[in-house]
Design a binder for this molecule. Sequence first.
Ligand SMILES: C[C@@H]1N[C@H](CNC(=O)c2cc3ccccc3[nH]2)[C@@H](O)[C@H](O)[C@@H]1O
Length: 440
Amino acid sequence: MTVPGWFSEAKFGVFIHWGPYSVPAWAEPTGELGAVDPEMWFAHNPYAEWYWNTSQIEGSPAYEHHRTVHGGRPYDDFLDAWQAESFDPADWIELFARAGARYVVATTKHHDGVALWDAPGTGTRNTVHRGPHRDLIADLATAVRARGLRFGAYYSGGLDWYAGRRAVIRHEDLIDDYGRPHEAAYAAYALRQVRDLIDRYRPDVLWNDIGWPDAGMADLPDLFAHYYATVPEGVVNDRWDGAHADYLTSEYQANRQNEAAAHWENCRGIGLSFGFNRNEGPEHLLDPAAAVRLLVDVVSRGGNLLLNVGPKADGTLPGEQRAVLEGIASWTAAHAGAVYATRPLDPGAAMSHDGTPWIRWTRDDDHAYAFLADVPDSARGQVLLKTGPGMLDPATAVRLDGRPVRADAVPDGIVVTSAELGAPLPTVVRFALTTSRSVD
Ligand SMILES: C[C@@H]1N[C@H](CNC(=O)c2cc3ccccc3[nH]2)[C@@H](O)[C@H](O)[C@@H]1O
């Protein structure tokens, strides 16, 4: 499993889930994938992009909502109601870039089968001919690349409730693998669309979801060969039913075991959903400090964070999601050097800590970076960093935000003394790695 340097150095990407589901923008903020009882998941799905499915499960709150608020109207009415009248891709991408994102992955076709480009086989059921009346993928790819970021394409190969089997998924145990379409006609349909995405937009990341139809598995070696020939620095994720993976993925708290891989990426929403969910309040969203600590934790373990935004149907980003990205941007402005072009510090050399204080580490060739947060008042601004003996030179300690810091060697590490280490936003202290010790 290898990836081009740009991907492993990128550390942070922004995911975009935008579609007809952004019109109702309605789900129950039940909980995080991996932490919700599977018995509950489908009828109380917190993923607002699953509205088509959830709203067809009799008795579910979404079913009632769709009946009472939307009169049980056909789902495709939402495609026509989706106007994107305020969509300004350059504004989105400027915010993502300021937040430190190095790549952007956008849904080109989600499980509802609605394409955000003039996809082959879709007739007029796409955003070029209906709703926004725009090639949203071209708009986004152009804006992303104009800002110097990489552009990735999300494609739901494993589920397509329109072109594939339409089984409403009520419960995992009752449906053979989600009611996924596996037949040859759908496989040819999906293959043609992914090849079209490659040829039109040359996505830097080919981000497939759910899996790939059984009848199409034999097509994949040629598809990947075509992809890499077209995009030599392209990267393919792991959701192709085992056919291939340049890196592994986890999602919220699901499949965290994949984070032991050499190259991996955790994806999640800023809240509990990928599509915008009007029912989410501050209590359901990461705040800026939590988002920064998630990014630091992922990077300290060698991964990338793909953090999702769910735009509104009008093309604006929800204010509370903008605020989180602004918060990440202001922290990243002073601390980028400790995040990008770094790698994990040998776990044996330093003790990260999930408790109080919160401690994480990264390193580059010459320095180690200690990320400190939640230092209790009782510690009077002191933190013991249990580093390997002689690993760091305490005399070289510098706080990246310029505030004063003192570091003293003690028998089992280094004691750092500095003000305001108790904040939720991490403080970063840089140390020179002594040449006397190889730490990995
Ligand atoms: C990004 C997210 N993916 C969901 C489907 N998830 C999976 O198919 C999946 C999760 C996962 C985690 C680790 C390894 C494989 C995985 N597949 C979709 O159902 C959601 O709507 C959203 O698009």
